[in-house]
Ligand binder design. Structure first.
Ligand code: AMP
Length: 221
């Protein structure tokens, strides 16, 4: 099964992607992480990820295809792609999307989460929100926990705008395909994940019965 995670920065795609990876044996791929790990490539293309603008489709797809080729899996969870309708169309040329989870959050939630988040410099994993402030190392690999350079107020506002400019057409695109499930992701991480589990459970059982599932739509206030 291949899952696409849609949602603004700070909507919890990374948390949900990691949980789904563990529970369902799928591979979680974050295009942001792929880019951040590729310092040489970023320098060669003169790309600065800290400004919050999207990089070229060509670069992202090259990295994504290479990663999938080198890491065969039963299925993938895509986090951070597609960002635009053009990317959704290009993705379909080599990737079957089974279901789409849209993690719906308010701007205030995004700003407060991103202003307070830390990530591992080495593996890119997020510091769990409930971990005490004095913990400065990653609980997965022991790497140093740092702030992302694009997690500052002005850039966060810009990233939210970039997201909003593209997300409505993307939602439409997947609604027409009966694949879009909307989850209220303002709630506590574990509550959000319980909702996600229900949706994925329904998608899997509908898959087994070989018929289309009925997508879920939650209003986010
Ligand atoms: P993220 O970790 O998803 O917040 O992405 C961090 C940055 O990587 C974004 O602000 C973009 O500059 C770039 N990026 C990640 N995924 C994509 C994508 N699918 N298309 C274009 N740029 C991307």
């Amino acid at each position: 099964m291949n899952i696409v995670l849609l949602g603004s920065p700070g909507s919890g795609k990374s948390f949900v992607g990691g949980k789904l990876e563990n529970e369902y044996g799928l591979m979680h791929i974050s295009t942001g992480n792929l880019l951040r790990k590729n310092d040489t490539l970023l320098k060669a293309h003169n790309i600065d990820l800290s400004n919050g603008d999207l990089v070229s489709d060509e670069l992202v797809f090259t990295l994504l295809k290479e990663h999938i080729k080198n890491n065969p899996a039963n299925g993938y969870i895509l986090d951070g792609i597609p960002r635009t309708i053009e990317q959704a169309i290009d993705l379909e040329k080599f990737f079957d999307v089974d279901t789409v989870l849209f993690l719906n959050v308010t701007d205030n939630t995004v700003i407060s989460r991103l202003m307070n988040r830390y990530v591992c410099k080495d593996c890119g994993k997020l510091k769990p929100a409930d971990e005490p402030a004095e913990i400065k190392v990653c609980n997965l690999c022991g790497g140093e926990l740092v702030k992302r350079t694009d997690d500052n107020y002005d850039i966060i506002k810009h990233r939210i705008e970039v997201f909003k400019n593209h997300n409505e057409p993307l939602k439409q695109y997947y609604t027409v395909q009966h694949k879009l499930n909307t989850v209220n992701a303002n709630l506590k991480p574990d509550t959000v994940y319980k909702k996600v589990q229900k949706i994925i459970g329904a998608v899997k059982s509908n898959d087994n019965k070989n018929r289309k599932g009925r997508p879920v739509h939650e209003v986010c206030r």
